[in-house]
Design a protein around this ligand. Structure first.
Ligand SMILES: C/C(=C\COP(=O)(O)O)CCC[C@H](C)CCC[C@H](C)CCCC(C)C
Ligand SMILES: Nc1ccn([C@@H]2O[C@H](COP(=O)(O)OP(=O)(O)O)[C@@H](O)[C@H]2O)c(=O)n1
Length: 193
């Protein structure tokens, strides 16, 4: 996402930016379906070393990135915030929660308070930083008097969705960006702010 300003102002720029996530989705499908093998990729990206794991979290992650580039690109806060919550928020929830998450949530013993709090804080901060980054370059206009309150609500919604025990049904690499996109759309609107 931080490389998006490197692309030209042409209307086709987003399609060029979509090439990398598209190729990575093909790569994940190829190796996840065992059409070929890439031990290094499987080892680096999966938890149990099973190629079919590539077809879940990692593939969803890349497909969300592909969708966001094509649909929202750098001209809407919605995609920027959605990717920030998925990569920064959910990512830190995992990192911090695994290491320090002894106090589990009462309604989900697979998730912890510190993990969810980390998700809220890191997702909020990365979203604010990325909105400042893109607004400072003129791609979006952000009303900062309102933006922080809106981002807090978006981060709260994403954190709530991430911690409820539905990840066995819907991967949080889908539920988190989906919830973020919906709430960000309601709060920020479809146009640039
Ligand atoms: C490990 C990944 C997701 C796992 O999510 P979770 O199950 O732990 O919640 C992400 C997988 C990433 C993929 C293998 C490669 C993605 C590359 C990306 C499209 C662009 C990278 C650009 C590079 C920095 C030049
Ligand atoms: N809110 C959270 C999220 C994750 N975690 C920890 O991080 C691990 C991985 O979380 P996850 O299953 O959501 O992993 P991802 O697929 O989101 O990376 C969990 O098994 C917990 O140990 C946590 O403690 N609290």
């Amino acid at each position: 996402m931080s490389s998006w300003p490197l692309f030209s102002d042409s209307t086709e720029a987003r399609y060029f930016a979509a090439v990398v996530p598209f190729l990575n989705s093909v790569r994940l499908l190829t190796y996840g379906l065992r059409l070929s093998t890439d031990e290094a990729l499987v080892k680096s990206v999966t938890r149990e070393g099973k190629p079919e794991e590539l077809l879940r979290g990692p593939l969803y992650y890349v497909l969300v990135l592909l969708f966001t580039v094509l649909v929202f690109w750098r001209e809407s806060p919605i995609g920027i915030v959605s990717l920030s919550m998925m990569s920064g928020g959910d990512g830190f929830a995992d990192i911090v929660g695994r290491r320090y998450g002894s106090a589990k949530l009462p309604f989900n013993d697979k998730k912890s308070w510190i993990g969810s709090i980390s998700m809220f804080i890191s997702g909020f901060l990365l979203s604010a930083i990325m909105l400042f980054y893109f607004s400072s370059l003129g791609y979006i206009h952000v009303s900062w008097e309102e933006a922080f309150g809106k981002l807090a609500l978006v981060a709260l919604a994403a954190t709530a969705v991430e911690c409820i025990p539905v990840t066995d049904v819907v991967d949080d690499n889908i539920s988190v960006p989906l919830a973020t996109t919906l709430v960000a759309f309601l709060l920020f609107g479809s146009n640039t702010q």
